[in-house]
Each structure stands twice: as structure tokens, then as C-alpha cells.
Design a protein around this ligand. Structure first.
Ligand code: G3H
Length: 272
């Protein structure tokens, strides 16, 4: 199985663990230490496959302290941010705070935020812009529901979300974004999209970036797949030429499983 994305594209694969609302700060410390130990034990090459953890807000300081203190090569990110920078917005978290905590990434527009908390395309666009104001790299989530998939409209649906979120970005900003294609029907369901399903939409995302900006910019943007990614299915997904990594939910809170996902290149049948 050819790992064509990382071999020919020059894009560094990214494996990002979205813990969602799991693990308090003590459990977070335990997981991060175990993950780091497991990856080092397997001689993980962090420059070849980047690894990020995206814990709940209340864990960020603890994880930052571990990363800094023990010089871990894990990257840190948050699961959401406010579209505003400061002020009377009870319960909100500013991108400025995340930047101060050493976050590199922030997830924007996850389908759970869109569906459960009513985030519209406009809110998602404002959050993408807020991320850039604070030098955070957005991991912009897009994806279709089962109904849309069944009607065969997944590509136009996802491109509509993408266009809305990219509105107003400079080419420089757009060139550094990370996009995660997460079909809603595959999230937390065990129902993984086929590698071909993932490739179809990830390729369409890249083609739209080329249309909006240029081919060189599009070729540099990392497009992840998310939805029931496990150690057992990651290598086949990563073999697709337009898939540059995974946004992993449930499997990312098991350090052995997540480490195995990060080491997909060493799986049986995958190129090293
Ligand atoms: O952000 C991660 C995705 O929602 C995927 O979650 P999952 O791996 O539990 O299906």
C-alpha cells in the first residue's frame, strides 16, 4: 500500500487527537506521558508525522507544562475558540488565551459545534478569522450528514462550507489552514468512510483551493480525514493521495491506539 501523500506531496502528515469532553487535567497528564513514552519507544519520527493533542480547555495548562518541561514533541491545540477577542462574553475562551498557553492549533466548526450549538457558516468564518488574529492555525472541519450523502450531494455541500469559511482570508492565511473532512455519519459511529469516499471529497477540497487561489497553494494545504479512524483502518485512508492525516476522536483517548495510528507507516502492508 503506497503512502503516496507523504511521499510525493511534500505535505507533512498530521495526526490530531480530539479528546472532545473527555479526561480531566490529571487524566490528561497521564495520557500525554503515556503517549509520548509509547511513541518514543517506537522511535516515532515527529518530523515525518506530526502529532497533536486537542484536550478540553481545562487541561491545556497542564499539557503545556508537560510539553515544555519534558521537551515533548507533541503539538497542542484547543477544540474551539470565541470569535471575539475579549469582553463581556461569559463562558467564552479567547484565541489570545489559547496562544498564551502554547496552542498551535484550534479546531473550528466541528460538526458537534455546528449541530449541537448552532454554529452557522458565518460563525465558523468569524472563528477562523479569530484564530488567525492570534496566530493559531485553524483545523477547519467540514462534512456532510447522512441525508446529504444519500442524495449524492456531499461534494457541493462540503465546498459550500469551505467557501463560507475561507471568505475574507488572505492567500497567506488560506495557505496555512488545515482542513478536516469529517462526514457526520462516520463520527463516533464505527461507520468509517471508505478510502475512496475520503479521497473523493478531500480531492474536491484541494481542487477548490486551487480554483480560489492557485495550484501551488492548494498543494501545500493539509487535508485530514476524520470519522471512526482506528489503527486498523488508518493506513488504507492515508494511502489516498489527497489525505494528509486524521482528526481522531474516540481512538485518541487510548494512548496505545492513538500511538499506533500515528505509526501507520509501520503497519502491515503500508510503506515505511
Ligand atoms: O474530531 C474527531 C471526529 O469527530 C471523529 O470522531 P471519532 O474518531 O470518534 O469518530
Amino acid at each position: 500500500m503506497a503512502d503516496s501523500a507523504s511521499k510525493t506531496s511534500g505535505r507533512t502528515p498530521l495526526m490530531a487527537g480530539n479528546w472532545k469532553m473527555n479526561l480531566d487535567h490529571l487524566q490528561a497528564a497521564h495520557l500525554v506521558q503515556k503517549l509520548d513514552w509509547t511513541l518514543r519507544d517506537g522511535r516515532h519520527d515527529f518530523s515525518a508525522v506530526e502529532v497533536a493533542v486537542l484536550p478540553p480547555f481545562t487541561d491545556l495548562r497542564t499539557v503545556q507544562t508537560l510539553i515544555d518541561g519534558d521537551k515533548l514533541q507533541l503539538k497542542l491545540g484547543a477544540q474551539d475558540l470565541s470569535q471575539r477577542d475579549s469582553g463581556a462574553y461569559t463562558g467564552e475562551i479567547s484565541g489570545a488565551f489559547l496562544a498564551r498557553l502554547g496552542c498551535t492549533y484550534v479546531v473550528v466548526g466541528h460538526s458537534e459545534r455546528r449541530e449541537l450549538y448552532g454554529e452557522t457558516d458565518e460563525v465558523v468564518r468569524d472563528k477562523v478569522q479569530a484564530a488567525y488574529r492570534h496566530d493559531l492555525t485553524p483545523i477547519l472541519c467540514v462534512g456532510e450528514t447522512l441525508e446529504v450523502r444519500q442524495s449524492g450531494e456531499q461534494v457541493p455541500h462540503v465546498l459550500g462550507q469551505l467557501d463560507a469559511a475561507l471568505e475574507g482570508l488572505t492567500p497567506e492565511q488560506a495557505g496555512s489552514i488545515v482542513i478536516a473532512y469529517e462526514p457526520v455519519w462516520a463520527i463516533g459511529t464505527g461507520e468509517v468512510a471508505t478510502p475512496e469516499d475520503a479521497q473523493e471529497v478531500c480531492a474536491a477540497i484541494r481542487a477548490r483551493l486551487a480554483e480560489r487561489y492557485d495550484q501551488q497553494l492548494a498543494d501545500g494545504v493539509r487535508v485530514l480525514y476524520g470519522g471512526s479512524v482506528k489503527a486498523a483502518n488508518v493506513a488504507a485512508i492515508m494511502a489516498q493521495s489527497d489525505v494528509d492525516g486524521a482528526l481522531v476522536g474516540g481512538a485518541s483517548i487510548d494512548p496505545n491506539e492513538f500511538a499506533s495510528i500515528c505509526r501507520y507507516r509501520s503497519h502491515h502492508g503500508a510503506d515505511a
